[in-house]
Design a protein around this ligand. Structure first.
Ligand code: NDP
Length: 480
């Protein structure tokens, strides 16, 4: 069975303790490779390599650094098919989704930050008659990047690319559930001529390998995407060391639909925003609020489409939904469907595990599920489920829907459907989220700030925000 390896100091290495654990293929439920069970010893080796590499990488000209990162982007693009197949197999997502979204976006993450760094400028502030301030922005040094399983390479590269572009050396850990494309990335980094020790990829569990990165005193900043609880744990662990933190955490996003929207456009986009990637995107709209005048029309049309949606194995070109990422996550989602019933919800579509024929009969498949009749304040409507499960709720006024939309502890993203421009501005302004899409969903411009408020996170990724996070500002004043 294939054994994945860590990528430390430019070389592929086994974990020091020799331990490995199983990597499951969600589509079949079978083990198909082994993951290094790395620990603090491996992190220590990577820290040493990164310390050695930092003076070389941080003093390299921007143009040289940029060229290497462009080569990484091109390297992934050249091996697109291999990356797409690996991502789909490792995560369970339909092959066509990995081909349209995950891997092309990973390519553009590297390309964007490779070129963005060439335009990244710092400020100067002139003080009439007194002097001038100028600000320098230098790389932090060693930084940790920890990412989740839902968009594996896409979110891994979303952190690594700006960290490297800004001149830092990186210790990165992908989720143990989806390590494969991160493993492939090491090969691309080698081929692109990235100096040894600049990027170190350490596989293993969160509590062992992840924790060792988080707690290492020489790693000065942590960029983390994952669950809110893990984010809270990382905040606590790093607070006494005053590490810089960027936390992209959970969500419970509202999708607000007014009667004056373009119905067909709204419906097809709402199907995507509810169930893409089996609903395992932090930006999916899991609470759908519909103005009462079109509630029945929407419900009937939505349910009619969803009951025909094909759930199938990832390589099936007709699969609209693939497999859930793991058996334990599938069980968690099913437990929320049971909770919704206990809370008085009616299942309008889905709700059941799907059994495919061999060799996919042990895979983790679930029907897309629509639930109505729940109170906005119940647990099903307040807690993150992170699967193909949405609730639908009617509303009568802007005030009411705003109150319901803002009622959760989360504040990542919201989607708003209306043709009334003034209303769009009014509500977008009042929604307590870091991102609002009006009449669309998941539109991505890499220059814009990305992140959430409340328990959805701290800080922003994307564009200058990411480059500012991965640099330390120093202000220098010169008297006239
Ligand atoms: P987790 O918080 O479980 O894990 C995220 C990463 O942190 C994984 O690499 C995990 O490793 C690692 N980790 C776990 N425990 C620790 C620890 N004690 N110290 C250091 N690292 C640790 O999240 P999931 O992987 O389950 O991802 C799903 C969550 O991510 C959802 O809540 C979702 O909303 C959120 N998310 C947020 C996004 C955003 O932009 N705001 C985008 C995408 C997802 P391992 O997997 O090996 O345990």
């Amino acid at each position: 069975m294939e054994k994945l390896q860590n990528f430390i100091d430019g070389k592929f290495t086994s974990p020091k303790n020799g331990g490995y654990f199983d990597n499951y293929e969600p589509g079949t439920g079978k083990v198909y490779s082994l993951i290094p069970d790395s620990d603090s010893e491996d992190v220590e080796l990577a820290v040493k390599a990164a310390e050695k590499a930092f003076p070389i990488w941080s003093s390299m000209s921007l143009e040289e650094r940029s060229k290497i990162l462009v080569k990484i982007s091109e390297g992934i693009e050249k091996r697109m098919d291999e990356f797409v197949a690996a991502e789909s197999r490792d995560n369970g997502k339909p092959l066509h989704l990995a081909a349209q979204v995950d891997i092309p976006r990973s390519v553009s993450n590297f390309h964007f930050f490779a070129t963005a760094i060439l335009h990244f400028a710092s400020e100067s502030h002139y003080m009439e008659g007194t002097g001038i301030n100028y600000t320098t922005r230098k790389p932090i040094g060693l930084v940790g990047c920890i990412s989740p399983w839902n968009l594996p390479l896409y979110l891994f590269s979303w952190k690594i690319a700006p960290a490297l572009a800004a001149g830092n050396c990186v210790l990165a850990k992908p989720s143990e559930i989806t390590p494969y494309t991160a493993f492939l990335l090491g090969k691309i980094a080698q081929e692109a001529g990235l100096p040894d020790g600049v990027l170190n990829i350490i596989h293993g569990t969160g509590p062992k390998a992840g924790d060792a990165i988080v707690r290492h005193p020489k790693i000065k900043a942590i960029s983390f995407t994952g669950g809110t609880q893990t984010g809270a744990y990382i905040s606590q662990a790093t607070a006494p060391m005053f590490k810089k933190l960027s936390l992209e955490l959970g969500g419970k996003n509202a999708n607000i639909i007014f009667a004056d929207c373009d119905f067909d456009d709204m419906l097809s986009t709402t199907i995507r925003s509810s169930f893409s990637n089996q609903g395992q995107i932090c930006l999916c709209g899991s609470r759908i609020f519909i103005e009462r005048a079109i509630y029945t029309k929407f419900r009937d049309a939505f349910v009619a489409k969803i009951i025909k949606t094909k759930v199938s194995f990832p390589t099936d070109p007709e699969a609209k939904l693939g497999a859930i990422v793991s058996e334990s996550h599938l069980q968690k989602i099913l437990s929320y469907i049971e909770l919704a019933k206990e809370e008085g919800g009616t299942i309008l579509a889905g709700g059941n595990r799907v059994k495919l024929s061999a060799p996919y009969d042990e895979g983790y498949y679930l029907e897309p599920t629509i639930i109505e009749g729940l109170d906005y304040a119940c647990r099903t409507n307040q807690e993150e489920i992170f699967g193909p499960v949405v609730t639908i709720t009617p509303f009568d006024s802007e005030e009411e829907v705003l109150m319901m939309a803002n009622s959760t502890e989360y504040g990542l993203a919201a989607t708003l459907w209306t043709s009334d421009l003034k209303r769009a501005h009014r509500l977008a302004d009042k929604l307590q989220t870091g991102i609002v899409w009006v009449n669309d969903w998941l539109v991505r411009d890499l220059r814009t700030p990305f992140g959430g408020v409340k328990s959805s996170g701290v800080g922003r990724e994307g564009g200058w925000e990411a480059l500012r996070f991965f640099t330390e500002a120093k202000n220098i004043f010169i008297k006239y």
